[in-house]
Ligand binder design. Structure first.
Ligand code: PLP
Length: 399
């Protein structure tokens, strides 16, 4: 018999991770990394917030056991996160109509949601924006769901709400629709409140189950502001799924901290769904990693730490907003400010710049600027002192 793995097919690695490796290997000191989706400060580092450091110091002293936490995770984390996402005074929390299950990051929450749908709502498809975060595509397919798409941007790289709504109208009744709650990845184009209301109307009329992916709370307009659409859906509809990630806003990427939040019509049905989640999670990762959630619970449970964290998050958001405006301004001398004005209006770390794959390749070859082939740039990867260089490099591929 031949070796068991002899016929295993090699598949290509994640293109973004490949880009990261190519960037690392590039010896040119003038290189710019706008690829991988992490926040960076002016020094190009992804910092640990001070609030996280202080919480970790407290935990180091206070922690008395490393025994397993329960299937739904740390109750203090769930309580804090529910209030952060749904609002401190949410009646859904008071009436036990919403619950959080702690997961390994937002990705774990998405996979748990995918498995929940596959197991309890067989035959339901899931619909994603075109484009969306590439992992959405493979993750839901891996969970066994049929994946469909609704339009999001037009050919001229503009948000196309009319096409989106028409696409949503065509989704089979009862299917699941994934919506980016804020800071759409990869485009950076967010819906206005009016657009969200129109989307809600279609979701309600088609009796779709909304799954709101909330990976960037605090990176768009602010912690409360960014939760607006999530709260609109959760407060209006009897049933909503929300995946929340603490990777970006708490800087906890590798600690794998997140939750799947279920809003249900009755306390009884919430308990039914949560029993399924506990079963599914047990078979996926048994119990979730504890440390990141303990950090978040410590910060959210301590007014001074929470204040500090909010200030640090505000500073991260402000930095990216300034970089957006700074880049548009730096493009002004090249006569390109109007063409790229959308970069200033988009939200979150990412921008669909509108640059073609050929232009992206030329940027890398000629100017050592690393960006995903779709033209998505992680603006948080910029150093403000390099805005002029980037603008010059963009101008060189735009003639
Ligand atoms: C749209 C979107 N959803 C979810 C995630 C999941 O993040 P994590 O699993 O790191 O918490 C990300 C991270 O890049 C994202 O961009």
């Amino acid at each position: 018999m031949s070796r068991h793995f002899a016929a295993v097919e090699r598949i290509p690695g994640d293109p973004i991770l490949g880009l990261m490796e190519a960037f690392r290997a590039d010896p040119n000191p003038a290189k710019l990394d706008l690829g991988v989706g992490v926040y960076k400060d002016a020094q190009g580092l992804t910092p640990i917030p001070q609030a996280v450091k202080r919480a970790e110091q407290q935990l180091l002293e206070r922690e008395t056991t490393k025994t397993y936490i329960g299937g739904h995770g740390d109750p203090a984390f769930a309580e804090g996160l529910l209030a952060l996402v749904l609002g401190d005074d949410s009646p859904l929390i008071a009436r036990s109509l919403a619950g959080a299950t702690q997961t390994p990051g937002g990705t774990g929450a998405l996979r748990l949601a995918g498995d929940l749908i596959a197991r309890t709502l067989p035959g339901r498809g899931i619909w994603l924006s075109d484009p969306t975060w590439p992992i959405h595509e493979t993750l839901f397919a891996a969970a066994g769901l049929a994946v469909g798409h609704y339009p999001y941007v037009d050919r001229d790289n503009r948000l196309d709400v009319e096409a989106m709504l028409a696409g949503l109208e065509r989704i089979p009744q009862g299917d699941v629709v994934l919506l980016h709650a804020c800071c759409h990845n990869p485009t950076g184009f967010d819906l206005s409140q009016e657009d969200w209301r129109r989307v809600l109307d279609v979701v309600r009329a088609r009796e779709l189950l909304p799954l709101l992916d909330f990976a960037y709370q605090g990176f768009g307009d602010g912690l409360e502001e960014d939760a607006w659409a999530v709260r609109l859906f959760a407060d209006t509809l009897p049933e909503t799924l929300i995946t929340s990630s603490c990777s970006k806003n708490f800087g906890l990427y590798r600690e794998r901290t997140g939750a799947l939040i279920v809003r249900s019509e009755h306390e009884r049905s919430l308990l039914d769904v949560r029993s399924q989640l506990a079963f599914l999670a047990r078979n996926l990762w048994s119990t979730p990693p504890a440390h990141g959630a303990a950090v978040v619970a410590t910060i959210l449970g301590d007014e001074a730490l929470k204040r500090l964290w909010r200030q640090e998050l505000d500073a991260m958001r402000q930095r990216v907003a300034n970089l957006r405006l700074g880049l548009v301004e730096a493009l002004q001398p090249f006569g390109l400010a109007e063409r790229f004005a959308h970069i200033g209006a988009q939200r979150g770390m990412f921008s669909y710049t509108g640059l073609s794959p050929t232009q992206v390749a030329r940027l890398r070859e000629a100017s050592n600027v690393y960006m995903v082939g779709s033209g998505r740039a992680n603006l948080a990867g910029l150093d403000e002192r390099r805005l002029g260089d980037l603008a010059r490099a963009i101008a060189a591929v735009c003639d």
